[in-house]
Design a binder for this molecule. Structure first.
Ligand code: COA
Length: 583
């Protein structure tokens, strides 16, 4: 079938569905929701059999849904309606939730039901994490079922009927800041966490902190520190700790409300509150995994002769500080007597490369970009040149741009079955990229496929990455299952005789490229191109970064997505078929 996506943004869920439906043999094209006439034009050009709205913030124009079948992916159970479904589900402590595929209709979310899929909801989850994991998996199941029903023909969707026993939702309005507000003199830690996490990553909870009006994000419980409810107690790297009535929480990121309080995009809390934070006692981040809940974005532990270095940076963004801290922890992990070292990425993201928000906020974004890419390269170099043990990259969450090439530095790359990879830099204003990609990508997939992956700019499903050789193994359908599968595989490797042979082979391979100096030739060549991106005449990267960080809405759909608008609209051109055929 020809399926047109109408989407507010080509976000992670849209990317995953795009990949899955293309893989099922459908012809998929994307139009970003820019305005109604543009949507109408896309429909006229593409003549789709089906319109799918995986992530839409506005209603589809009535003339479109009257003329063609339009299905909307709603992140709620059967009967749930309204724009804040996940927020309410988390705030009211639902234990089961779901995704429903509805036919677009005059009333919001009241159309006939084509498919639904449910999942268990754990208390205290972060909304974006829920969206990137449980919601995405349920949406894939429901959309594939709905699309199969459309393709088969004859299926009669179920009208929304609140008399039915399995319809238990209802209309809930947009959640307001008043519904989310924290009362620091009354709310306990569980309540504070629930309020912040049900609003994370958007819109955040509006609050006042150290005299600054700001939206709160990235909250973690603290098991030791205590103080006057509402008071700031300590600072740890970019986070600040604030007392509640029965404990304390760490706040990792803030977005100032008013321009006079700084940039109006998310930054580490200690950076936004720099004056107040400077007066707080520093509570050092432990190297070993803490024995109770606290804020720890890098943690080391050992089991069965395997070292596990976990890192979980908010939004997968790695600034100079994150790269340097991870490199220091990596070096410390190398001093331990283990034969296998597992790098375990976060539940939501493995890494999305350099920290674009911090770069945007720097006095000289060009200098900060340069420092950041060099810090990232230093980390990648340390992993690439580790020649006394096996390294395993474990992608529990998605990875983008330089984050993907950070993973390729390891000897063995394992990914969760549902992750989406964006192994290219060009979407950020034609950035050339570094992270030794010119060494690690062709080494894994060959020159032609490597070039096609970099050029085609589209996301890759984990299964496609496996087929291309970009990753070595898929394990587990949930982040927890992936971690467990890697732990048991790594324990087997650590105990196996074959590990010494694998380590010897990698030493030989490194020697063949001239050791660390040989690798640095790749880095030097990449950085020459990056220097032009950062300091050269073409402002493409700086403009793209500004738009990305400030969330400037797209004014047109890029042609690599809007295949109905592309002159290259024949299969095999600028598409994932091109990558497959290059392989
Ligand atoms: N630096 C800072 N923030 C980043 C980031 C980065 N490198 N990559 C992602 N983010 C943030 C987004 O701004 C967004 O913030 P929010 O919490 O305020 O909404 C959040 O992470 C999630 O990103 P989003 O784009 O909504 O996620 P996605 O899963 O739909 O898309 C990517 C993932 C990787 C395709 C997309 O985030 C992206 O293109 N990131 C930039 C990658 C890049 O160019 N890095 C620099 C070169 S190494």
């Amino acid at each position: 079938m020809r399926i047109l996506f109408l989407a507010h943004a080509f976000n992670s869920l849209s990317q995953r569905l795009f990949g899955e439906l293309t893989r099922c043999g459908h012809e998929v094209s994307v139009e970003l929701d820019i305005n109604d006439d543009v949507s109408r034009e896309a429909v006229a050009l593409f003549q789709p059999d089906l319109i799918l709205a995986p992530f839409l913030k506005r209603a589809i124009p009535a003339d479109i849904w009257r003329e063609r079948l339009c299905l909307v992916v709603h992140p709620g159970i059967k009967g749930d309606r309204g724009p804040s479904s996940l927020d309410w589900a988390l705030m009211t402590g639902e234990t089961r939730w779901g995704v429903t595929v509805l036919q677009a209709d005059a009333e919001m979310d009241a159309g006939a039901i084509w498919a639904t899929s449910e999942f268990a909801l754990s208390p205290g989850q972060r909304k974006a994490s829920l969206y990137r994991n449980e919601v995405t998996e349920a949406a894939v199941a429901a959309v594939l079922q709905a699309v199969a029903r459309v393709a088969a023909g004859g299926y009669r969707p179920e009208p929304l009927d609140y008399q039915r026993a399995d319809v238990r939702g209802g209309w809930r309005p947009a959640m307001r800041q008043a519904d989310r507000a924290i009362d620091w003199a009354r709310d306990d830690t569980t309540t504070v966490l629930r309020k912040i996490r049900s609003a994370d990553s958007q819109p955040g909870v509006l609050d006042r902190i150290a005299g600054v009006g700001a939206y709160l994000f990235d909250a973690h419980p603290e098991h030791r520190l205590r103080g006057e409810p509402g008071a700031l107690l300590a600072r740890r790297e970019g986070a600040v700790c604030r007392a509640t009535v029965d404990g304390a929480v760490w706040l990792g990121h803030l977005r100032p409300r008013d321009p006079e309080d700084g940039y109006r995009f998310k930054l580490p809390a200690a950076q936004v509150l720099y004056r107040a934070a400077a007066e707080l006692p520093e509570s050092p981040m432990p190297f070993w995994a803490a024995d109770g809940p606290t804020y720890q974005d890098i943690a080391y532990r050992e089991a069965d002769g395997v070292g596990f270095l976990s890192f979980d940076f908010y939004n997968g963004a790695m600034g100079v500080a994150e790269c340097e801290r991870l490199l220091a922890a990596y070096r410390r992990a190398l001093q331990r007597d283990t034969r296998v070292l597992v790098l375990l990425g976060g539940r939501d993201f493995w890494s999305n490369g350099i920290h674009l928000n911090r770069i945007e906020a720097a006095n000289s974004p060009a200098d900060e970009s340069w420092a950041n890419i060099n810090a990232m390269d230093d980390l990648v170099r340390a992993i690439l040149t580790t020649d006394d043990r096996l390294t395993v990259a474990t992608l529990r969450g998605n990875a983008g741009a330089g984050g993907v090439f950070l993973a390729l530095a390891a000897d063995h790359v394992v990914a969760r079955t549902g992750v989406v990879l964006n192994p290219h830099y060009k979407n950020m204003g034609n950035l050339y990229g570094s992270e030794y990609w010119t060494y690690s990508l062709p080494r894994r997939v060959g020159e032609a496929t490597g070039r096609a992956i970099m050029d085609h700019r589209l996301p890759l499903l984990a299964t496609e990455a496996l087929e291309l050789g970009l990753v070595d193994e898929l394990a587990g359908a949930t982040p927890e299952a992936t971690a467990a599968a890697v732990a048991s595989r790594a324990a087997e490797w650590a105990a196996a005789d074959g590990v010494d042979g694998a380590i010897a082979a990698k030493r030989a391979e490194l020697a063949a490229v001239g050791g660390a100096e040989g690798l640095d030739a790749y880095r030097g060549q990449e950085l020459e191109r990056m220097r032009l991106n950062f300091y050269g005449f073409d402002p493409g990267y700086h403009v793209a970064r500004y738009n990305f960080v400030h969330k400037v809405p797209s004014s047109r759909t890029p042609l690599y997505l809007a295949r109905h608008r592309s002159l290259r609209h024949e299969p095999g051109q600028g598409s994932r078929e091109a990558v497959a055929s290059a392989g």
